[in-house]
Design a protein around this ligand. Sequence first.
Ligand SMILES: Nc1ncnc2c1ncn2[C@@H]1O[C@H](COP(=O)(O)OP(=O)(O)OP(=O)(O)O)[C@@H](O)[C@H]1O
Length: 438
Amino acid sequence: MLLRAASGALAAAGVGPGSRLCCALSGGVDSIVLLDLLHALAPSLGFSLQAAHVHHGLSAHADAWARACEARCAQLKVPFALFRVEVPCGDSEGLEAAARRVRHAVLDGVECDWLVFGHHQDDQAETILFRLLRGSGVRGAAAMAAFEPPRAARPGRLRPLLGCRRAAIEAWARQRGLAWVEDESNAALDFSRNHLRHRVLPVIGERFPAAVSTLARAAEHFREASELLDQLAAQDQAACGGRTLRRDLLLALPDARVANLLRWLARRNGLRAPARARLDEALRQMRAVAASHPLRVELGDMACCVYRGQVWLDSDAADCLQPRRWAGEESLPWGAGSIDFRPAVGEGVARAALDGAGSVMLAMCRPGLRMRLGGGRPRRSFRKLCQEAGVPAWMRERLPVLWIDGEPAWIGGLGVAAEFACAPAGPGVVPEWRVRGP
Ligand SMILES: Nc1ncnc2c1ncn2[C@@H]1O[C@H](COP(=O)(O)OP(=O)(O)OP(=O)(O)O)[C@@H](O)[C@H]1O
């Protein structure tokens, strides 16, 4: 039964000949059984198997767990990797959460297609209950996925035992005579999760004997709903103009859809989704101020920026705006956006000034920058130019400046310096700044 469930879950994720699996081995009964099952399935499904243990150094027994994992892998002739990590103390989310974050980060670096975890149905029920009690939304209530496909350089995640009960896993371990280690923290009732496991779920089970599988089923419904919300966010993003959103189109959407879209954008960029109250505040301000008013609202790991009719999420510290040499490229990256250089006639920077220059650099503003924007106009300081053009203070340090032999020739959002401007009907290059969210 357990073997069939695991094999079905692997097949559903497309695991087959050539797939490289790594069993995340804690040494506890769940992952010891998982390793046993994967080892049994590898020849018939044709995947290669390795195992990895993360040594957090937090428990007095940590060395013994690592040795037990290594010994079991040696018995099974499964290649084994041990990772020693340091868990930072004083994490705002607590030691357990910090350990989990460090563990996942190190496991993500394992050379494989799939990391395989021993989570089971009882874990799933505890997770959904725990998250609901913390007021989580649809996404959090979706709890854990049976599989998460590989992303960028990160291996995918598989949880082949997610449909299996803890009791069935323990029964398998006993029947096969497997040895495992007990994590003493699992018995400690002071952790909320353990409290749910040992105190709350048994009481619920007295009245609702199928509570664990029912809660796991509810998680699946939430997962479906969460996927639909993600699809809606992708559609809304496209309808609002793509990577940078058009303010007018975005604000034509109801609040709940704007919030859904901003959360989705944050997650897609590896940032923590902003708290509900911050999102509400961003929306309130966006709706309250005039369309032409620039705005920057902090949203935790990022900020929501509104400028010249565009809205984007900004996680870009100004110090990531690296100076770059321009040597005729069509486009250069600038923060999360780009500067595109468009050949033109009678506008932009004079081609001759660019071609004859010793160095053309794209960089931030430097102290003391002064520039004359038009023939008859006075030379002005950078601050004055920004004030006149209504560039908000938070935007100023991000403005790209094109420096020709150390002189400012163009400032993004402001214009071309009179000395470098292209003559009427002469060949020119127009730099175009494309602001984009992360
Ligand atoms: N120290 C470890 N080294 C390698 N894998 C581990 C380790 N600890 C846990 N795992 C893997 O994670 C699974 C879940 O473990 P556990 O329930 O202790 O973690 P969790 O914190 O509840 O979950 P998660 O780490 O996924 O958030 C285990 O079955 C195992 O596959």
